[in-house]
Design a protein around this ligand. Structure first.
Ligand SMILES: *[C@@H]1O[C@H](CO)[C@@H](O)[C@H](O)[C@H]1NC(C)=O
Ligand SMILES: *[C@@H]1O[C@H](CO)[C@@H](O)[C@H](O)[C@H]1NC(C)=O
Ligand SMILES: *[C@@H]1O[C@H](CO)[C@@H](O)[C@H](O)[C@H]1NC(C)=O
Ligand SMILES: *[C@@H]1O[C@H](CO)[C@@H](O)[C@H](O)[C@H]1NC(C)=O
Ligand SMILES: *[C@@H]1O[C@H](CO)[C@@H](O)[C@H](O)[C@H]1NC(C)=O
Length: 772
């Protein structure tokens, strides 16, 4: 128990310290640490691995439950609460149970016990634009039938089923019972041919899958929302027709995240188990993780391993812990890990100062009766150095009269909207919200309750300087310009998108790809902005309202793309689909080849921030060549990572041994990207790759290499010639240092790529060389 609570609190403390370090406006305030680890009667939920029952596959659910109950002999339990929370079938051999520390000891002493872990809580990440990705009926959509018949399982906060995005107009009927085993078991929950399954998992009980948060509704509509005319937020971003990425795909909803408990792993495991039983095609998880967890300690990595063995493709978000390196969670090579990119759209709200200087910011609420010519006096509640006041915290602003003024607030702790509400209550006419330095150039178009402009962090100093140099004669006006497209540079890597390298995966390049994840317009369960508001016509919203930090990542977006690729290529394995998406992604944002920039600084983004680059759904449908992986490859990789037999068994979900297995380093795994390490003593390396022809039967490819700085690359062949479909060809890639080794301790990472091109297909292998 001690271990459990301490590790969780320690984790939070370290996060907090990092956050504190990053907040240059050094802050004496502490974030609330919710220590809800100890539950009722000193019990807590543990996830317990036991040896597989010899007839595991033959046991019905009741028998499996009895088997798991046998580890929880009642004599050792001191309350009559049900101790068994979940009995798992596919995700792992074991169960979740509510136990005291003493009771856990008894379970540990039973024969067949293997491993117990605390039930940790993961957090939500958020979402994000078919047009921006050039997804019209003429290209990707045309050839995939818009994901028709595919089932996307969404693990999140549930769904608002009555939202127009989830109407089943023109939807095909739900798949036949031979394919689809799930249902909407919650009484009265209105499922249809769009939402074909919905179930909530909450500590062993199954409450309503209805979404009260908004995140799940937003995510589900981004992945597979049906067409809705005139979707907008408070009149902004009004397009002709909004839809998800795969508007003809079905949705199966698994509610696992709740306001207080966040997303408990015991519930996550249960939901993935159910999704496998239900036979979804894709599992979309916009849930962050623990970047320090090994694969077998992480419900998402482990659950995903079970999922791929059933042909299901796991799509996960990289997390929102950027821009710090090494913050990426869910780094397993069997999941598609998605980072967040910005788009070229801004909901423009311009700040103009008394001296005529202007700054571009964003806000979704842009009232039409606003007098943009009037310059209001500026006030900065943080002027005396009170941090809480600089953050416009409600308790501080209660003492301020901001009537007739525009207030300057620092965006703190992701509570942007709360700051706007506090400013509004203090009488402010408008708000200039200065972004935190860790957000770089990333800004948000929130549905504020007063006229506002969210300004990127590089401008904050200039704005504060103007204020301090001119007050009390500092004035500003706000000019609303509505929805503007064509902002450059775009896409960029969102500052908050989590970055690798992961310490857990041997250096494999993660995130795999980027997809739009900032200010995404999608379905929302209730009206937004100042209420009642005549502008709030249809309930859509940009991004989501999770409480802490900057919440938007794009797993659901890519889930929709995966659905498109999968619906075109039903026989493909999850590894092949991941390959198609990685090798067709685009690493530049101009036709001249300028590499995608990092929104933090506008400098070129590192390869562990952008992966292969921005997803390209049209090209992903027809990748030409794919890199495949088998279960044995993953086992060899896990053994190569240094996992012992038991750890490999936990990860794979069945008894496995490294004995006789061919060990693979992360570099040698047949992944669509390549990461190699150089050390002072090892300055050359050879890795091999095998590709399968999925393009034209007869197609010849030539290699074009971009070498990493200081590294020479040779290939064993520069031509690949195919004469039939599914033909496989292997080749070696030889890496050698061609310069002096970088100075000690620099831990440099250089990027390169190998491009196979045939005239019709372009197959890119991103490369990272790390000087450790
Ligand atoms: C993660 O692991 C590293 C290395 O073991 C350690 O230094 C770090 O403190 C850990 N971080 C957290 C948040 O536990
Ligand atoms: C700032 O706010 C936090 C949380 O409300 C509070 O604990 C802290 O004491 C405040 N700090 C100051 C300097 O007022
Ligand atoms: C477990 O046993 C105790 C005492 O032996 C008894 O009071 C309790 O009702 C039992 N609980 C259940 C769920 O059977
Ligand atoms: C839904 O499926 C579950 C099994 O997952 C089954 O027990 C239940 O009876 C089904 N409910 C309906 C309404 O078909
Ligand atoms: C490369 O080096 C990093 C950092 O030391 C390490 O985490 C990773 O496992 C190494 N990868 C390989 C393939 O040796």
């Amino acid at each position: 128990m001690e271990q459990c609570s301490r590790s969780v609190v320690l984790f939070l403390l370290i996060e907090l310290l990092l956050l504190q370090l990053l907040i240059q406006t050094s802050n004496s305030q502490t974030l609330p640490i919710v220590d809800d680890v100890l539950g009722r009667h000193g019990t807590q939920v543990y996830i317990i691995d036991v040896e597989r029952h010899e007839h595991h596959d033959l046991l019905n659910d009741g028998d499996l439950e009895s088997f798991h109950h046998s580890f929880l002999s009642n004599s050792t339990l001191d309350s009559n609460e049900p101790r068994l929370v979940y009995s798992y079938r596919h995700v792992l051999s074991g169960f979740a149970a509510r136990l005291t520390l003493g009771e856990l000891e008894v379970v540990k002493s039973k024969p067949g016990f293997l491993y117990a872990q605390c039930d940790r809580r993961y957090q939500l990440a958020t979402t994000y634009t078919p047009k921006y990705l050039d997804l019209t009926t003429y290209n990707a959509w045309g050839s995939s039938m818009m994901g028709q018949g595919l089932i996307i399982g969404v693990l999140d906060t549930g769904i608002k089923p009555t939202h127009p995005s989830f109407k089943d107009t023109n939807m095909p009927p739900k798949p036949p019972i031979t394919k689809w085993k799930g249902n909407c078991s919650y009484a009265g929950f209105p499922c249809n041919n769009k939402i074909i399954g919905a179930k909530a998992f909450f500590g062993g009980s199954h409450p309503s899958p209805k979404d009260t948060n908004g995140h799940g509704t937003h995510v589900a509509s981004t992945a597979a929302g049906n067409f809705v005319k005139d979707a907008n937020v408070l009149g902004m971003a009004k397009g002709d027709l909004a839809s998800g990425m795969a508007p003809m795909a079905h949705l199966s909803i698994y509610k696992v995240c709740y306001p207080k408990v966040k997303c408990p792993e015991a519930d996550l495991y249960a939901a993935i188990d159910q999704a496998i039983k239900d036979r979804v095609d894709i599992i979309s998880m916009s849930i962050t993780g623990d970047h320090n967890a090994t694969f077998y300690q992480d419900s998402i990595s482990r659950g995903s391993m079970a999922a791929i063995q059933h042909g299901i493709i796991p799509v996960v978000c990289a997390g929102n812990d950027g821009p710090i390196t090494g913050t990426l969670s869910h780094s397993a090579p069997w999941v598609l890990t998605v980072g967040a990119s910005t788009t070229d759209r801004r909901i423009a709200s311009i700040v103009e100062f008394g001296d005529g200087k202007t700054f571009l910011g964003e806000s979704a609420y842009q009232p039409t009766n606003w007098n943009s010519n009037y310059k209001w006096q500026l006030e900065y509640p943080g002027k005396y150095g009170n941090i809480n006041a600089s953050c416009c915290m409600p308790s501080e602003l209660a003492n301020w009269n901001l009537r007739g003024k525009i207030v300057i607030c620092q965006a703190c702790f992701g509570k942007d909207k709360e700051e706007g509400e506090a400013a509004y209550l203090a009488g402010a006419e408008g708000m200039i919200l200065l972004n935190h330095p860790i957000l770089g150039h990333t800004t948000f178009s929130h549905d504020h309750v007063l006229p506002a402009s969210n300004i990127d962090s590089p401008a904050r100093y200039e704005i504060l300087n103007y204020y301090f140099n001119n007050q009390p004669n500092a004035f500003a006006s706000l000019h609303f310009q509505g929805t503007k497209f064509g902002f450059i540079p775009s896409p960029t890597v969102a500052a908050f998108s989590s970055r690798g390298p992961s310490r857990m995966n041997g250096g494999i390049i993660k995130p795999d790809v980027l997809a739009p994840g900032v200010n995404i317009l999608a379905a929302w369960p209730r009206d937004v902005g100042p209420n009642p508001n005549p502008l709030a016509t249809l309930t859509f919203n940009f991004e989501s309202g999770t409480s802490m930090a900057t919440p938007h990542v794009s797993a659901p977006h890519v889930s929709g793309i995966v659905a498109l690729v999968r619906s075109k290529h039903l026989g493909w394995t999850p590894a092949e689909i991941i390959s198609a998406i990685v090798t067709t992604a685009v690493d530049s944002w101009t036709t001249a080849g300028d590499l995608i920039a990092d929104d933090l600084s506008y400098k070129t983004a590192g390869i562990y921030a952008m992966g292969a680059g921005q997803v390209n759904p049209t090209w992903a449908m027809d990748p030409g060549l794919v890199f495949g992986l088998t279960l044995n490859d993953y086992i060899g990789y896990l053994c190569g990572l240094g996992y012992n037999d038991q750890e490999v068994s936990f990860t794979i979900g069945k008894q496995t041994s490294c004995y006789g297995v061919q060990y693979l380093t992360a570099s040698q795994l047949n992944y669509p990207s390549i990461a190699v390490n150089f050390t002072r003593s090892v300055t050359s390396q050879t890795v091999s790759r095998t590709v399968k022809n999925v393009g034209d039967a007869r197609e010849d490819y030539s290699a074009l290499i971009t070498e990493p700085v200081g590294v020479t690359i040779y290939l064993s062949t520069y031509k690949l010639q195919f004469t039939r479909l599914n033909q496989e060809e292997s080749y070696n890639i030889y890496f050698a240092l061609n310069t002096n080794y970088p100075s000690q301790g620099s831990d440099m990472i250089e990027r390169g790529k190998i491009v196979w091109y045939s005239g019709k297909h372009v197959v890119t292998t991103p490369i990272a060389v790390r000087f450790t």
